[in-house]
Design a protein around this ligand. Sequence first.
Ligand code: PNS
Length: 164
Amino acid sequence: MNRALCPGTFDPVTNGHLDVIERASGLFDEVIVAVALNPEKGGGPLFSIDERAAFIRDAVAHLPNVSVRPFDSLLVDLARELDARVIIKGLRAVTDFEREFQMAQLNYRLDDRIETMFIMSIPEYMYLSSSAVKEIAGFGGSVEGLVPDPVSQIMSVRLRETAR
Ligand code: PNS
């Protein structure tokens, strides 16, 4: 069984993440989307870990070999627990490279049996990120086509609530 992990914070999942997950699902027998708790990232997530996982579950329901799982541990420990040999990350512009390279090196240092592999973003999603989406929605801009529809609807409500 060729099993890969697609880890991330996914606050919230974007159509760029989903494109990478879908392409990974065509390459591996099984893909597990690992949603990190990451409480410190960017001043705390907008959505709870359960909400973030539920958005992804909903969006990948048509992919039978993809499952979603929250985690709060080292990624390599989760990979070992799930017997996954590959970590898949999406790579957008060169600006991603340094951080991704560092994470890949550290994970290799922690367990050299687990390989990190990158799937290049398609040009349409090259500049798409969860933080950009939150900023656009926070100022009342449209994020249609950038995140799944249920996410864009809930996001504008949530951002209004947190601005109060
Ligand atoms: O969405 P992101 O920010 O690219 O995801 C980062 C993530 C969740 C993959 C990374 O923070 C992570 O692996 N966290 C788990 C803790 C860990 O294993 N850290 C060591 C590797 S840097």
